[in-house]
Design a protein around this ligand. Sequence first.
Ligand code: ADP
Ligand code: ZN
Length: 189
Amino acid sequence: MEILKYNTSDKTGWIEIICGCMYSGKTEELIRRLRRAQIAKQTVEIYKPRIDNRYSSTHIVSHSEQSFPSIVVDDAFEILQRAKNAHVVGIDEAQFFKMNLVDVCEELANGGKRVIVAGLDQDYKAKSFEPIPQLLSIAEYITKTLAICVVCGSPANRTQRIYDVKERVVIGSKDMYEARCRKCFVAPK
Ligand code: ADP
Ligand code: ZN
């Protein structure tokens, strides 16, 4: 992969990860951090992968209906090409990017940018959802968000798929998934 070299800042950048199951508040937390940066007159850009067309293709939207304008890209490499003038780069639904997102985030941070990445850390089988595990190992800051188990009310770390569909990536109506704790989660066969 061709890596573009940045010289946009003499300050250091860094990587922040917000990860957890569905409904755990990743997008809300991402929007909260981006709004604060904007108030402080930082140039903020937010990217998301084309695969995720839920609710809006021009904004990221949380399940609590907060939203923030975003740019859709087909490949993480486009972020490097487009984000040259941003102080802060937000990336939502990071689990739908390929592994090159890791190099892209590294390059953005090396170029002096604050990079905030939100994404699912487990798939519907509760297996690690790359590239999030690889991003966790290179990030400066990690936030794990939890939802509330809809069955028992305990902290929920897993995403239960309600219907029997085999593909790893199924973007459907939001009532296709539930937040569950490890006791109430039923692993799909
Ligand atoms: P994520 O990006 O992690 O999927 P969002 O930030 O989009 O999460 O949405 C978080 C919001 O989802 C919560 O503030 C709440 O309004 C709603 N929500 C729906 N189901 C649950 C649940 N089981 N536990 C906690 N929040 C839930
Ligand atoms: Zn439970």
